[in-house]
Design a protein around this ligand. Sequence first.
Ligand code: AMP
Length: 279
Amino acid sequence: MKIIEDISEMQRYAAQLRQNGKVVGFVPTMGALHQGHLSLMECARRESDHVVVSLFVNPAQFGPKEDYNKYPRDLKGDIEKVAAIGVDTLFTPTASQIYPEGYRTYIEVEGLSDILCGKIRPGHFRGVATVVLKLFNIVRPHKAFFGQKDFQQTVVIKKMAEDLNTDVTVIVFPTVREPDGLAMSSRNQYLSREERISAAILYRSLLEARLLFEKGEHSEDKLRDAITTTFMSEPSSQLEYVAIVNGNTLQEETDVQKGTVITIAARIGKTRLIDNIIL
Ligand code: AMP
């Protein structure tokens, strides 16, 4: 596996891969890799000739009071994991290379980046869209793979990729879960033993809403109430929001149908977790 730190070197190598007719698949990550990330890479492996993975904890997507400094980092462990999957190239730029002194350009996806999680984390999706476009420009992939776990992120990135004529096909891979249903996340490491058990409430509440929907309940209010009530049974949890939305526009859907997305954010102790389900 080739490890590249330098942006210019990555660009030269990407140009060479394209010239040689390789289909390049790209998986951007912030590291602290778990099976959710690795499944995305396995998918990229199946669907491309050459797989590039980036490891970059992107400062632009963290708010001033968020966990940028304490975000888990494990470069050595990550290198071993991606090598075992058969990733071809690992790209590990530094923050000062991506955002050099005097950096000024940011991408705003209007109407999608300032709602739901974007309302609670102002600037988050601006940082995400910006770094993803920069990485697309550096790695020049044909396909890029993202997890459904971060549902709003997939909608923001698809729109950005389309609006800015990137010519990258965005592929969304289903959420990989722990045996009790908790969506795998690098931030699950923050949970204490008790909190880890409580955290299963996120997926449990979504499954309850899905069951109601399958029994014929199509009222947004009733599904929302079911989730809120489930959360009340778990004192260490605090539901931040429930949104029942159209999967392309993220607009609230009053007539809930197959394909409607229920997305939630909650705090378990101090840790903020998100999850979603497509009905
Ligand atoms: P992150 O390192 O958290 O930025 O995640 C990198 C990529 O992995 C993003 O596209 C995430 O949506 C995806 N991802 C994170 N957790 C999971 C999971 N549990 N299942 C599938 N994909 C995931």
